[in-house]
Write a protein that binds this ligand. Sequence first.
Ligand code: DOR
Ligand code: ZN
Length: 335
Amino acid sequence: MSKRSFSLRSPLDMHIHFREGAMMRRVAPLSAETFAGGVIMPNLVPPVDNLDRLSKYEREIRETVDGHAFEPYMTLFMRPYTESELASMKDRIIGVKLYPEGVTTHSEGGVGNLRDIEGTLALMEELDIRLMVHGESTDFVMDRERAFLPVYEDLAARFPRLAIVMEHITTRESAELLDRHENLSATVTLQHLLITLDDIAGGLLNPHLFCKPIAKRPEDREALLALALEAHPRLAFGSDSAPHPVDKKESAGCAAGVFTAPIALQMLVGLFEEHGALDRLQAFVSDNARRIYGVAPPEKTVVFEKTGAVIPERYGDVIPMYPGRELDWKVAEVR
Ligand code: DOR
Ligand code: ZN
């Protein structure tokens, strides 16, 4: 008989958008309910790029998830930093996130020319601060990640002691790059294991599946899924759960971002079960991240039961991925 119950220890989401204010109060507790920790992205307006902003943002998060065993791993928005700035914030962050200028939501203040941050990267390598990267160029939309790969190769080779995370990889080529440089690791989202461009734009346009980087071709999805199902040792789960109010999604000029935080784990259990890989899920959603990032999250056990559930149509004014869809697995207990 197939399994009816399954548990995960301290699942981690190594790429989340919590936003601020009312939106944070809506979404952050949903992550903190089941995840034991997560990497919090810094693309706010204005960005999280100094000690004062970092401290205030961290405090807001801790107040919002109070009562849950959840550790926020904070990040800084990349700009040229001085050594004393980095030294003062080093112990409070898990890394610095590089957004190339203009490639996604709130990246207007991102890096226009990589030469501007050469000195900062050298300091980060010296101070042992991780670099996290939104790896896209401004080429044709389906080619942006591929066009960025030489940048990863160049950085990995020139800064061999700099730990570099390729965030939310979406292509077969990125999956392959992981094995070529020891200082590279990657995160992958739920949606990029499940969908291709066809699901977004092949029929009626589905704004709730639109994100950056955009989902690619079937062979890309297959390569990413294979990497996740084997729990490749340098791959961690990062949902890139990115909430936007419904009027920003169901509109001309749809904002990029898929909201998956409250359903990601249940769906991963179903996906790994379907592929006979449930025994690898613990590594993919927790153990790999502990090792790659050197974190020790709070203890938490999430028990799933195969009794069926339905994805809510809405969480306030946020529509999740696959509203109304039936799931095999639900969260039965968190302890
Ligand atoms: O789809 C996305 N949404 N991709 C990103 O890189 C940013 C995110 C957001 O902040 O909404
Ligand atoms: Zn993101």
